[in-house]
Design a protein around this ligand. Sequence first.
Ligand code: UTP
Length: 277
Amino acid sequence: MIKKCLFPAAGYGTRFLPATKATPKEMLPVLTKPLIQYGVEEAVEAGITTMAIVTGRGKRAIEDHFDISYELEHQIKGTSKEPLLDEIRALINQCTFTYTRQTEMKGLGHAILTGETLIGQESFAVILADDLCYNDGDAPVLKQMVSIYEKYHCSVVAIEEVPADKTDKYGIIAGNLIDGTDDTYRVDDMVEKPNPEDAPSNLAIIGRYILTPDIFDILRNTRPGKGGEIQLTDALLEQAKKGRVIAYKFKGKRFDCGAVDGFVEATNYFYSSFKGC
Ligand code: UTP
């Protein structure tokens, strides 16, 4: 059973400067909800109630968001605005939020290793909140991945096909479809942000993972890779060499809200689907 979800949220969000100078990227709203709240809701729908958040300097707004604001609650109690806090209040009541800080931003792999203290020795989910996933009226992406984990009991990465000229923005996998499936691959190679001519496929890893706890020891021994950062892809490759990584082509949509184009696309999509929410 997956009980904890890790949210690496310490990155600088430079693609959104100056908006992210004093505001965490994860707190940018799509309509009225910050990105990280969508992520927490997705984790809850996958049956997870412990949210482990890796923050950094200047990210305190995330902690305040998942806490009661007594003044505000008092102010709007009994007014027509009170229901606007219903969803976030329900999450606060339902979930436990734990935090640790990454003091040096040495990459996603390093952020995940920083979260070890919040996770311990159990398999766990990872959500990158700037990848906003949505599956219209059906099982959310992380819930689909929990089902895959329950079947194969190894690490699971969510993948989608990307245009060949965009492979240098993602971790790219190579692998073979598992017999009898059309969406589940046993991974045998992965490369971080390859140029199109070096990419082993156009199957890109997006910001949803289920990781087995041996990833922490592997990350501890992973040397800085592309960009001088400790890359999760390099650590996953160690697991993949032992046949211990499944790539799952999820059902649903993904918006890259870490970049302006994807953020605007998500906003337009959610606005036309749920006007006024
Ligand atoms: P990104 O590659 O999107 O980096 O990180 P970023 O710093 O957030 O954004 P840009 O590229 O400067 O605009 C992917 C995820 O990993 C987290 C980020 O917060 C994001 O959720 N991360 C990245 C960390 O927590 N720590 C790091 O050192 C690096």
